[in-house]
Design a binder for this molecule. Structure first.
Ligand code: ADP
Ligand code: MG
Length: 208
């Protein structure tokens, strides 16, 4: 079973990766956007961590709800509301729960993927964060309650890398058309950090 402390640890690890790679995310967004993705993600995760460190939770729904509110209220750009929606949908799916199976987490993250699609009016293949979210969550949802987390990390990085060859069809990068080809999508990179952090948290714990 996955406990609240592990979900907290997940976001702590994700925050570390985001803070360590803030400049890299900025550079990626300078190439095909406006250069604020590092700043947006750095602020969002820092504030989310401050919020969850300062509170005690018994309900996984309210934990994700708080994270969601930070991204929606404090983070600009396209990515703030999109990450905010993802955490909001997970919060709604997990309301009232204090422990989770991997399948329950996967189901909640499937709701997140639907939320991102709806909010961004996007689909996989358009060079956005969805190109990591959808395949990774599909893998989680299809894999039963025991599987190698190493594979989650591998798929995250592979799908992130896959955005390099795509032409952007959503967000600011879409203005560049075919000139967006050859660059990683910044949001797919921040999303890969999130799922790598999940894999590392679960690998290092008793949860299978
Ligand atoms: P902005 O594009 O407003 O400057 P950010 O730079 O923080 O915001 O985030 C850009 C990232 O947001 C992109 O790399 C992409 O992954 C994601 N993104 C942008 N638009 C959409 C959309 N419509 N649907 C899904 N993801 C999107
Ligand atoms: Mg930007």
């Amino acid at each position: 079973m996955i406990r609240l402390e592990q979900l907290h640890e997940w976001l702590e690890k994700a925050n570390e990766k985001i803070q360590n790679n803030k400049e890299f995310l900025t550079q990626l967004d300078q190439a095909i956007g406006d250069g604020d993705h590092g700043i947006n993600m750095s602020r969002g995760f820092k504030e989310a961590i401050n919020k969850i460190r300062a509170s005690t939770y018994h309900d996984i729904g309210s934990f994700f709800q708080d994270v969601s509110m930070v991204f929606i209220a404090k983070v600009g750009g396209a990515s703030g509301p999109l990450y905010g929606t993802a955490f909001m949908k997970a919060a709604m799916a997990l309301k009232g729960k204090s422990v989770l199976t991997i399948q329950e987490l996967a189901f909640a993250l499937k709701e997140s993927v639907s939320g991102i699609k709806m909010r961004g009016n996007a689909q996989a293949g358009e060079k956005t964060m969805l190109d990591v979210w959808e395949p990774v969550v599909d893998y989680l949802a299809s894999s039963g309650d025991s599987f190698p987390w190493q594979e989650v990390r591998r798929i995250s990085l592979e799908q992130m890398e896959h955005t390099r060859q795509m032409e952007a069809r959503k967000g600011r990068a879409a203005y560049l058309g075919s000139r967006s080809v050859g660059h990683l999508d910044p949001g797919s990179v921040s999303s890969a950090y999130l799922f790598e952090a999940l894999a590392e948290t679960m690998e290092g714990s008793e949860a299978t």
